[in-house]
Design a protein around this ligand. Structure first.
Ligand code: ADP
Length: 632
């Protein structure tokens, strides 16, 4: 057994690596910069955690998914691995203590969100740390070509300058070949080592249902397919509408979107996860970090923005390897709506500037101030004071963030945290002098460890239960101790955070690059265009379509999607081998084409020439004066 399998067994209890995991682990362990492409659920985390555990020092993990950071840290802690996280939802003091612990403590993993990389505080401390590996999760975020570009990811190249000897492992579940190339360049890989797992999902049945009545179709499919499902719709109103339709027909369903209260959402998620509720009707706010293996269908009511988003969301079905359905509903109205969607996603410059101004007024930041500061940001509250369309605001903030003015996180689920700001001896004297706090302090010390050296997450309700007092009483104790400067106490909250990367500028000084705007708009149109083609097309296998998009040139037909099943209509396209007679006849049946045109449509020139000769000999095809082949 290698040292890596020992670690896998010791900390996770797994006896072997999954395909490709071991290669990534070996590569990272040998200090080689590695790009790993693996579909979600493939087991990416372990591939950097195991080699990092095999070495002295600490591993930096960069991820934009703040919502999942706490889970990951908790997961590692539960396996007796010391880990912590820093992100913009934390106070400066809290971050400072955490960084100190990374320098002086024996922590093995530091999770951090990319916008932290630019801070002076981080830059100074990171050079004092013994960093053994940098893991870049969601690495596609570094590429402007990708669907989820984040400028703060570009800071990672500067991190490399600070840590020139430290190897990098970049991981992603959604990279087209162009994005993969870009990742390697932006991360300045020495000798690029790419390890890619096939994105083929054999048990997933891709379907496109063309229907004028999506509501009827959604009901029909929900009735027909047994088991747990997710239905994705584009707006919040529809989540409720569709859920009510299903409920009205006796099906177990509920709705979910980011506008619902946190507790409410948690409850719904739990009920769905446990199987108490069968169908979740949701916006794309649902699903991240959810690992439910037995989802039998994922249905998209509306067209997703990109194949990347579709592959991720549809891919939540059938993790258990058993048959599952990925269905997209589609009709001509979707095509028209795409135009509108482009407009909403790309508001005019004047409107973006106006929203920028409204945002800073709302946050009460004067011109010339605010650089590096973070603020809670509740979109609903902002909108209640400013009459903008929610989607346009989201797009404007997105563009401002891509232009490097600000950074906006997903909702951060921040538990309450505290630590003692005085030492043990002083605390003892305080207890003696203030006996009314004695029992409560003893309870704290019994319940949590590490309170003197770091902020520790805790739960007021648990303390209340243990002390047999009300939650409010616990809260009062904590407030008082904080006021007396015995503890530092940060109550829990759940909301997105906006970090200002630059100070507030006068509106007219906001520079928005027309070139970048145009570039992004074109890429957006390209991706949504691919999605339209996916839905519209009735000749290319759906699985193959997606795999080709992700650069798998030799992908085979899946044999089970709606296109494959419609027999004759199936054409193998791309440059792959095996263009068939039927396919060729079908294409020529639509219109005469010359050889170039046929190669474009069907690929495999050699095989085409052979088939054309055969068909000409048989007299089924003739070649006209304009060199086009015509069916007779
Ligand atoms: P990803 O980040 O690729 O979506 P995760 O790292 O979250 O995937 O892993 C998905 C699941 O697979 C987790 O529950 C993880 O514990 C499990 N897993 C990963 N590697 C192995 C392995 N070698 N053997 C068994 N289970 C594994």
């Amino acid at each position: 057994m290698s040292i890596y399998t020992d670690i896998l067994k010791q900390f996770w209890g797994y006896s072997e690596f999954r395909p490709l995991q071991d290669e990534i682990v070996e590569s990272a362990g040998n200090g080689i910069d590695t790009l790993a492409l693996m579909p979600t659920g493939g087991g990416k985390s372990i591939t950097f955690q195991v080699p990092a555990l095999a070495k002295e020092g600490i591993c930096l993990v960069i991820t934009p998914l703040i919502a999942l950071m706490n889970d990951q840290v908790a997961h590692l802690k539960s396996r007796n691995i010391k880990a912590l996280a820093i992100h913009s939802g934390m106070t400066r003091n809290e971050i400072s203590i955490a960084l100190d612990n990374c320098v002086f403590g024996d922590f093995k993993f530091l999770y951090l969100s990319p916008e932290r990389l630019m801070t002076e505080l981080f830059r100074v401390r990171v050079q004092q740390m013994n960093v053994n590996l940098v893991a870049v999760d969601e690495a596609h975020c570094i590429s402007q070509w990708g669907y989820d570009f984040r400028p703060s990811y570009l800071e990672i190249s500067k991190l490399r300058e600070l840590l020139p000897e430290v190897p990098v492992v970049a991981l992603t579940a959604t990279a087209t070949p162009r994005v993969a190339k870009d990742i390697i360049e932006k991360l300045a890989f020495g000798k690029p080592h790419i390890l890619k797992m096939s994105f083929e999902r054999k048990n997933l049945l891709y379907m496109v249902r063309k229907t004028e009545d999506k509501y009827r179709e959604v009901l029909k499919i929900s009735q027909k397919v047994d088991g747990t499902g997710v239905i994705y719709v584009r707006n919040r109103r529809k989540t409720k509408e569709v859920a009510e339709l299903l409920q009205g027909n006796g099906l177990s369903a509920t709705h979910y979107h980011a506008g619902l209260k946190y507790e409410h959402r948690l409850q719904k998620q739990k009920e769905w996860q446990s199987g108490k509720i069968r169908i979740m009707v949701s916006t794309n706010a649902f699903g991240m970090g959810i690992d439910k293996p037995d989802v039998r269908f994922v249905l998209h009511f509306d067209l997703p923005d990109s194949p990347e988003a579709y592959f991720q969301e549809a891919g939540r079905a059938g993790r258990d390897g058993k048959k599952a359905w990925a269905v997209l509903l589609y009709n001509q109205a979707d095509k028209r709506q795409v135009e509108q969607r482009i407009d909403v996603n790309f508001p005019g410059f004047a409107e973006i500037r106006e929203i920028y101004n409204a945002l800073f007024n709302y946050l009460q930041v004067p011109v010339g101030a605010g650089k590096g500061m973070s603020f809670d940001f509740i979109l609903g509250d902002f909108l209640s004071r400013n009459k903008y369309n929610a989607l346009v605001v989201a797009s404007a903030l997105n563009i401002l963030s891509r232009e490097g003015y600000l950074d906006i996180t997903d909702e951060i689920n921040n538990p309450s945290r505290m630590h003692f700001t005085i030492g043990r001896d002083e605390l003892y004297r305080f207890q003696v002098g203030n006996p009314e706090f004695d029992a409560f302090i003893k309870l704290l010390l019994r319940s949590y460890t590490g309170l003197f050296s770091q902020y520790v997450a805790f739960d007021e309700a648990t303390l209340a239960r243990r002390a047999k007092i009300t939650r409010d009483r616990v809260y009062q104790y904590l407030k008082k101790l904080a006021r007396l400067k015995v503890i530092s106490y940060i109550p829990k909250k759940q909301n997105p955070v906006v970090t200002l990367m630059e100070e507030r500028l006068d509106q007219k000084n906001i520079h928005l690059s027309a070139d970048r705007y145009k570039f992004r708009k074109e890429r957006f149109c390209e991706r949504i265009g691919e999605m339209l083609e996916y839905a519209d097309n009735d000749h290319k296998c759906r699985g193959q379509f997606l795999l080709t998009y992700f650069g798998e040139r030799d992908a085979k037909r899946c044999g089970q999607c709606d296109v494959c099943r419609s027999g004759e209509k199936v054409i193998e396209t791309g440059k792959e081998k095996g263009v068939t007679r039927t396919a060729l006849l079908k294409v020529l049946g639509d219109a005469p084409l010359d050889l170039d045109g046929l190669v474009d449509r069907l690929g495999d020139e050699e095989e085409l020439v052979r088939l054309l000769e055969e068909l000409q000999e048989e007299g089924r095809v003739v070649r006209g004066d304009d060199l086009r082949f015509v069916l007779r």
